[in-house]
Design a binder for this molecule. Structure first.
Ligand SMILES: O=C(O)CCC(=O)C(=O)O
Ligand SMILES: [Fe+2]
Length: 330
């Protein structure tokens, strides 16, 4: 196995303490992080550790259910919600990620995709409360990002209004399976290298369950290329941190000023890698379907939120087909 090439890159840590009075300072910090690294840590965000722990406990309880029960709320690509297992194929690897995930939304896309409460008591209430808490933090970040781009303060907040029935924002619970410590000659992927296609992702990780790595400096238009010099983003056991990254949507909405950065969850293969089970939670801010999207400099044609999501899905699918053909003819 070839040793992974690593380089140390600083990932800015930004405090949201005293948000209203520190708004100009936080805006400057966030804008700089969005322009350069595309990844940053948020602290002092106001979500209590107990609430995050309760969501991780609910997630573990969900994934502990028999597959036959989870399969009653299957993932629907058309709705981007539900449960799937060993199914998400990344163009960068051509193989399914070794994981299961359950995606939850606020609006109509979630109809029929919640388990009945007697199957998992309290799960839906815990999840919805957590999602609203993460949405509140997201909205603070959106105010700063809108200011940074010269839009009105509430511009992105209104575009991502989770009280609308066509809301598309997603909380994805993730469970990566234990991986073999001794290689059996096969190549495994936890989450193959990718950019997120949404607006902004907020990620919750658990101390001791490492694996997230970033590879900045690639253009989103080469979206499925491989970078080969990585930087570990380790969960900090001492602070109640949220890792955030810019997605392809915000990159195009900012006329490419803000960067959507390549990242992956590494296949454990070296000393210090977590081979055990890994749980994480990603909250993907997505625009409502009816929203019009165009950057301040009009670099790209105007699209609706619905078209953007559809295009992103199709682009991913085309890249998958192209990568498969390339592998087959190689
Ligand atoms: O599990 C993680 O730490 C990252 C997950 C991720 O990048 C994704 O689901 O898009
Ligand atoms: Fe991601």
């Amino acid at each position: 196995m070839v040793a992974t090439k690593y380089i140390s890159r600083p990932i800015p840590t930004i405090s949201l303490a005293s948000f209203p009075t520190r708004l100009p300072e936080i805006t400057a910090q966030l804008t700089a992080a969005a322009e350069h690294e595309g990844f940053f840590s948020i602290i002092d965000h106001g979500i209590p550790t107990t609430q995050i722990e309760a969501m991780f406990a609910a997630s573990a309880a969900f994934f502990a259910l028999p597959d036959a029960i989870k399969a009653t709320v299957p993932f629907s690509p058309a709705h981007n919600a539900g449960w799937e297992q060993n199914a998400q194929v990344r163009a960068s690897t051509g193989q399914p990620d070794c994981k299961e995930s359950y995606q939850m939304q606020f609006g109509a896309n979630m109809a029929g995709r919640w388990l009945p409460d007697d199957q998992l008591p309290g799960f839906r209430d815990t999840s919805i409360a957590f999602m609203h808490a993460v949405q509140r933090v997201s909205e603070q970040l959106m105010v700063c990002l809108a200011r940074g781009l010269g839009f009105a303060d509430d511009f992105f907040v209104r575009a991502h209004d989770v009280t609308q029935s066509d809301s598309q924002s997603v909380a994805r619970l993730l469970h990566y399976f234990e991986m073999p410590a001794a290689t059996d000659g096969k190549e495994y992927h936890r989450a193959g290298a990718h950019t997120d296609w949404g607006f902004l992702t907020l990620l919750f990780q658990r101390a001791g369950q490492n694996g997230l790595e970033i590879c900045p400096g690639r253009d989103a238009s080469t979206a499925h290329g491989h970078g080969d010099v990585w930087t570990k983003v380790e969960p900090d056991p001492k602070s109640n941190t949220i890792i955030c990254n810019i997605g392809d949507l915000l990159m195009s909405w900012s006329d490419d000023r803000f960067k959507s950065t390549f990242h992956r969850v590494k296949t454990p293969s070296e000393d210090g890698d977590c081979f055990g089970e890994r749980y994480s939670i990603a909250y993907f801010n997505q625009p409502c379907k009816s929203v019009n999207i165009q950057g301040p400099g009009k670099k790209y044609p105007e699209l609706t939120g619905e078209q953007f999501t559809k295009n992103a899905m199709e682009k991913n699918y085309r890249a998958l087909l192209a990568a498969r053909q390339e592998r087959e003819t190689a």
